[in-house]
Every structure is written in C-alpha cells, then in structure tokens.
Design a protein around this ligand. Sequence first.
Ligand code: XMP
Length: 516
Amino acid sequence: MQSILILDFGGQYSHLIARRVREFSVYCEIFPCQKAAEGVDRLKPVGIILTGGPASVYEKGAPVLDKNVFTLGIPILGICYGGQLMAEACGGKVASAGKSEYGKTETEFVTDSALFQDVQSPGVTWMSHTDSVANLPAGFLSVARTVNCANAAFENAAKKLYALQFHPEVTHTQNGGLILKNFLYNVCGCTGDWAMGDYIEQAVRDCAERIGDGKVVLGLSGGVDSSVAAALLARAVGKRLTCIFVDHGLMRKNEGDEIEAAFKNRDLNFIRIDAEKRFLTRLDGVTDPESKRKIIGEEFVAVFEEEAKKIGAKFLAQGTIYPDVIESGGGAKKGGGHGGNKADTIKSHHNVGGLPERLGLTLVEPLRLLFKDEVRKIGFLLGLPEELVMRQPFPGPGLAIRVVGEITREKLDILREADAVFCGEIKRAGLDRDIHQYFAVLTPVKSVGVMGDHRTYDYLLALRGVVTGDFMTADFARIPYDILAAASSRIVNEVRGVNRIVYDITTKPPSTIEWE
Ligand code: XMP
C-alpha cells in the first residue's frame, strides 16, 4: 500500500490534511516534524507533506526539519510554514511581508504546473501568514501569485519539490482538494489503493494486538462514536469487551432507557450504572465550565475503574475522535499513535482532558484520528443501524454543559422538557437530517414576563441549531421562523420555569457549538 507521510509543525489544520488525503483513497500518517527520519523509515512514503505552523522560520526555537529530507528524491509538498522551510533549506529567503495576508484571497495560477491541472485561474485561496518567500531558491519557479504575495506557490518540478503559501486543505480554498489530489496523483504517482475498510482491518488488528488476552471496559454513551468504537472492539476481542453506560443523570428526556433498550439485547456485555446522585453531588455549586468538565471526567473514570476492578479489566476504551483531541489541546502524548504537535486548549472534552494523570487503566482509542463523518462511514461499513450512525452528537458531559452556570435537578428537568419539545418540532418539520446538531440551553438569566394576568420571573432559554461538516467549524441553521415560533410557543406554554426564548445566531468560530 502506498503511503504519504505528513510532518506536523503544529498547524491548526494538520489533521484536515490527513483527512483530505484519506478522502482521495491514499493511506497517510502524521508524525511530529522532529520524527521525520522515523516516519520515512517506517512508512517508505511515496510523498511527504509538510504542514503549516504558528512559528516564523527565523524565530528562536522554531521547529526545523532535517535538510536531508529534501534530497531523498521523495516528492514533497510544503504548505505555508512547511513551504517556507523548504525555501529556506534550499537556499531561498523568507521575509516578513510586513502585513499579514489573512482570509480569502484572489490568486492567479500557472495552470501548466502539475499541481494546478484543471484548477481555474484566478481562484480564491485561504491565506493565513505574515512571512512569505521573498527570494526563491535556484531552480525554483513561481507558479501562483496574489496582489501581496509574488510566490503564493513555487516549485522545482525536476526535484519534485512543491510549495503553497495558502492552505489547500481548508474548504475556503476553491479547488483546494483538487490541488492536493494533483500532488498525490500527478506528482507522487498515487493510485488510490486504500479504503476506509482498510482502516477497520488495521484498527481491529491494532486493538487485538494491544489488548492481547486482557479484558476491556468501554464507556458507551449511545452516541455514534462510542457505538462505533464498541463495534470495532467487539470484532477485536469479542466477549472480553464489557460496555458500560454510565447514566450520570445529565442525559436528555428518556435517553437512558432508550440507550439501554438499544444495547441490552445485542450480543454484547452491557451494564447500565445509575450514577446520578454521585455526579450531581460533586457538581453541586460548581459554575465554571472547565471545572464541570474536569469533575465529570474524573467521576466517569472513577466509575470505570470500579467496574474494571470487578471484571478484572486492564483497559479502558473510549470513542474519542480527533476534534475532541485537538480542541482539548491534545498532542502526541496520550493514547499512543502519532498525534502530531500540541494545539491550544479550547475545551477539555471529558474523555480527553478530564482524564487523571495517573489512570489505573490503559487507554484504547481506535477512532482518535478520525473526524465525525469518517466515523459514520465506518459505522455503516460495520453494519450498524442508520438511526444510530446518523444520531446527532451529544457531548459526554451531557446537559451539565447546557445548563449554563450552576446545575440543579430542577434546572435539568426544565431543560430536558424544553429540549424535547424543540427536538420534536425540528423532527416534525422534517429538518432533523439537514440540521446537524440542535438543542436547547438553559441560561441563568431570569427576566420578567406576563402570563394570563400574572407577572412571571423565569428563565431565559436559548435554542441552537447548526450545520457543519466536521464540527470544527459550523454555521447556525436558518430554521424557518414558523418552526421557531411553534417551538417557542409550545415551550413557554408547556414547560414551567421558562418565559423567554432566543435563537443563537453565531457561527463557530468565533463561538463554539456548545455554550460551555
Ligand atoms: P464545541 O462546543 O467544541 O463542540 O464546538 C464540537 C462538537 O463536540 C461536541 N462536544 C463534546 N463531545 N465530549 C464529547 O464527546 C465533550 O466533552 C464534548 N464537548 C463538546 C459538541 O456537542 C459538538 O458536537
């Protein structure tokens, strides 16, 4: 099987590159830039991609790359920082452009470059840089330009060295996918000999090898990620897997019973643990979102450790996926594999950032490098039912991060009822497939209203609906007013404690999907 080696310099989009390469049916792995030699040795790649990164090439401590990589005769594509490193290593000069070039930028391409075959010129690219290549190394040609950047792409076709100042992996770059595909197929000679099914085989093999004849407990939440992880592990270790559903009392209306009904009668060891009291006791009076997440993570692990002890399991499996890792500031350290370099912490996803430093169990996370839509593809390939695979995501900390501020049982009940009405209206309108995640959020704000002849002073509830491909970026869903009106009217009439409703019209970024 042909492989592409992706060397990570700490860019926000490094795993998006990997995901695009997989979309073109080519196998790839990400290695931190410091491990270039090991990556080359292990993968014997037909091509190398250097990612972007936050540093400047001349900065003290900026990540570097062994210059020998450029003389191996392996085709290389440098993206942004990776391209600047290539220019510098081959004798060119990088300089601060003085002014940052950020956002969508009109770009002219030299379309007889192998990279830009069938790419329309001019087109829009996504730029995010301050430095750029001022002088090209000998033997290199500029093959794209913008108003502010004369070397928006450059190449030495004879040596198969290519560089882009813009980010082809981001959907904002028109034809970005095609540019990557051109590198893979036109330059590296890839034939597309890899498929998602191969990922399953490899993950099953890796898990079986790792777990040996041991036992494993898996945190099953009923969502797509943990269900797919359970199906993979069941293939790897059969009945030595026990799925544990921890009902923390932070689930949506009727959800606990639905999950139990869905999994109890399958050919699986399934245990439901009623842990509402211990979770709510620990969360009592806690208002800070990160503290809530940490507490919930710790409590989950405590339950898993207790159960693992009873069963004699040494491994803890989780359905962690890549956005959980990257937004929790994840890197190469936890969970094995080659995660790349560390990114900034946005939220500690309970199944990543909430884990104690000294976990008494070995972690197994077979989906750690995948995006949600890739996990869904695997779910279908494993034969899981559509209603499970297409379920909208629900965060591990549950309604704890949708009751803003202090959590009480009363607030949770209000939110459960309101959320059920909103979700019911979305489904009734047939919008549940078009809106990728929709839910209600209970705020701590109270406002004055009037009901009948009486003054009310009740909670402000927010409704949120988003459309998204990978949950890393999202737009708010344009839900028709009639449907919002129906949901609003039903909620204020049917749910005691809410007298005002707003719809969240922010995108991610700068907001996030969940409120906490
Ligand atoms: P944000 O709020 O970060 O959410 O834009 C992105 C996606 O991740 C889900 N989410 C979580 N999933 N554990 C999870 O398993 C968590 O702690 C967690 N926090 C957020 C969120 O629902 C959205 O789909």
